[in-house]
Design a protein around this ligand. Sequence first.
Ligand code: UDP
Length: 313
Amino acid sequence: MPKRILVTGGAGFIGSHLCRKLLETGADVIAVDNLCTGREGNLADLKENPRFTFIKADILDPIELPGPLHRIYNLACPASPVGYQRLPLETLYVGSVGVSNILELALKNKARFLQTSTSEIYGDPLEHPQKETYWGNVNCVGPRACYDESKRFAESLIINFAKVHGLNAKIVRLFNTYGPQMDLDDGRVIVNFLKQALSGESLTVHGDGSQTRSPCYVSDLVSGLILMMESGEAGPVNLGNPEELTIIDLAKMIKKITGSKSEIIFLPLPKDDPTRRRPDITLAKQRLGWSPRIGLEEGLRLTIPYIVGKLKS
Ligand code: UDP
């Protein structure tokens, strides 16, 4: 029987891809988003689908939704450093008050609940690559703390809420994700470099570019979310692509793929910028049978037409 599924943060970058994929499985999908960083335009192609509903609402307010709900994917949260540092209090409250409201909704509906946590809970990691057992290295009063601590608190809230109330709740930790529908102005590195390379502007590398990230293409990530939801696992489970590279190498790769003549310039490294990040995905492989399929070069090529289209519009 088709399921009724709520996606909070459904108008965001990953949320909109998830809604699309869930509709393909035959489910009824309700997307809730307050549009603080998400955009209704990300859902434009779904508007006519009779199994899709968009509700503009803030999960900081208790949500009344007519039941039943079988699954809740909780993605609502600003996710880029630029986005969450612009909205630090909203970010802290969404991981505490917001998550609490959605947990109550899950309990009322006896729905499965999945939280999208983040590699940021590992902070500037002293263990590499990062396994789920690593406790992290977070500056709780630094500029990234509103996001990191919000997500860390949320994990703790969910684990304990699930224990006390017997809720089927799951946690996945997402590593850097990219692809079409990313907000061109959210400051994230792949979108910045592609935008700059394609419009002939200088590529802005922070610091000396020796810091690393491990970017995962969005369709891989979304399939991991659904596998986790339908599994018997509670997590936390890392989801990401272990293909790690330095930011300077990313800049060079993007220049090469786009054939851009842009120069690379160096800007100051933001405070507390993690020096390296790479997921250990052994758990996801073993327990979910999941691993990413799309390599970085292919994923970038799949993303370029979207950026070109946005630059023209
Ligand atoms: N970065 C960069 N140039 C940019 C934007 C970001 O060098 O124009 C760097 C940023 O300082 C960080 C990495 O790229 O080291 C990834 O940044 P992003 O904002 O995408 O996400 P983060 O992984 O830091 O949350």
